[in-house]
Design a protein around this ligand. Structure first.
Ligand SMILES: [Zn+2]
Length: 327
């Protein structure tokens, strides 16, 4: 059996011997196995009838709740190993024989109920490089949580509510977990739906009141709400600010960039990310110790160039990109 070949066209295609694997396709691609790394929208597709889908059970449940039925999924395929990638609940990296290791989206640090990306050596590494630029090095999570708790504390002293904003799947559950000591806790209905699946999978998230901006009224402050990311100039957020004096706090790795908070119209922003930062990406490459690296997402070209300077063979898999806002 010769070595694996890796190409991209609507999905990452790995041919090894007579078997074709397609990784995180955007639509159905003919294959022996399809791998879905996690349930973010940019990694999701609707499988064709009879398609053999490799995914964790949590990914399958989360996908279903977001309108994608992955059918009967499996985690057990001969020659294939799934490893926790630490990105969100159920996210997995895949290792095919000792030939190919694909990270999907991955985090290099443990946060709350999420571990960090586990690695194994492989000849070819296909990796996400969302934050593959040296200015993206995230601060310790414990310090960030402490800073946000003092911010909420001072808002409570003044009777002012606080809205914590992040992607409804992944970030919102971390926020629900980290800031669960505050009462009352209100969850935007899209967050409440994802929280429920986490609770079903054993993640101890605190119950709270679900809020649908189209029909529900909010109590007078203070309170803490976990909400999807939304511009401070959006109708819903503008109303929360005007009627309740709410403070808007955004959480994203992009908060390290200057101007992020202002562009979003948030009052504060913190760099809490579900991805590897630059140093963690470099560490991941060293741990996998590959002969060849293919980079996808974000700073794919820049990071591949940095890897070449460090002595690795690396290039972007440019036919496989998705928009950064496409979650
Ligand atoms: Zn993701």
């Amino acid at each position: 059996m010769g070595g694996a070949t890796v190409t991209a066209n609507g999905g990452i295609q790995v041919e090894l011997g007579k078997t074709r694997y397609v990784l995180d396709p955007h639509s159905h691609v003919r294959s022996d196995y399809t791998f879905v790394s996690h349930a973010h929208m940019d990694h999701m597709h609707s499988p064709a009838k009879g398609e053999k889908v490799i995914a964790s059970s949590a990914t399958s449940d989360l996908a279903k709740a977001r309108g994608y039925d992955l059918g009967t999924t499996t985690e057990e395929v001969e020659g294939v190993e799934l490893l926790d990638s630490g990105h969100i609940l159920g996210s997995r990296a895949i290792r095919i024989s000792d030939e190919v290791y694909y990270t999907g989206d991955a985090s290099g640090r443990s946060r709350a109920f999420l571990g960090k990306c586990r690695t194994r050596q492989a000849r070819v590494l296909v990796m996400e490089t969302t934050y593959g630029s040296p200015e993206y090095v995230f601060p310790p999570t414990a310090k960030l949580v402490k800073d946000v708790n003092s911010l909420i504390s001072s808002a409570y002293d003044r009777g002012v509510p606080v809205v914590l904003m992040g992607y409804p799947l992944g970030k919102a559950q971390l926020l629900s977990y980290f800031f669960s000591s505050w009462d009352p806790m209100i969850y935007h209905e899209s967050v409440a739906r994802m929280n429920k699946i986490h609770i079903d999978h054993g993640v101890p998230l605190k119950p709270g009141r679900s809020y649908d901006p189209a029909k529900d009224k909010l109590p007078h402050g203070p309170w803490v709400m976990v909400s999807p990311m939304s511009s401070g100039r959006s109708k819903v957020m503008a109303k929360l600010k005007k009627e309740h004096g709410a403070i808007l706090v955004a959480f994203s790795g992009w908060a390290l960039g200057s101007g992020y908070r202002h562009t979003l119209g948030a009052d504060y922003s913190f760099p809490l990310s579900d991805h590897c930062d630059y140093e963690e990406l470099v560490g991941l490459v060293k741990a996998v110790s590959p002969e060849m690296v293919y980079t996808v997402h974000g700073f794919a070209s820049e990071f591949a160039q940095d890897l070449r300077r460090m002595g690795f063979s690396a290039r972007p898999l440019s036919a496989y990109q998705s928009s950064l806002s496409d979650f």
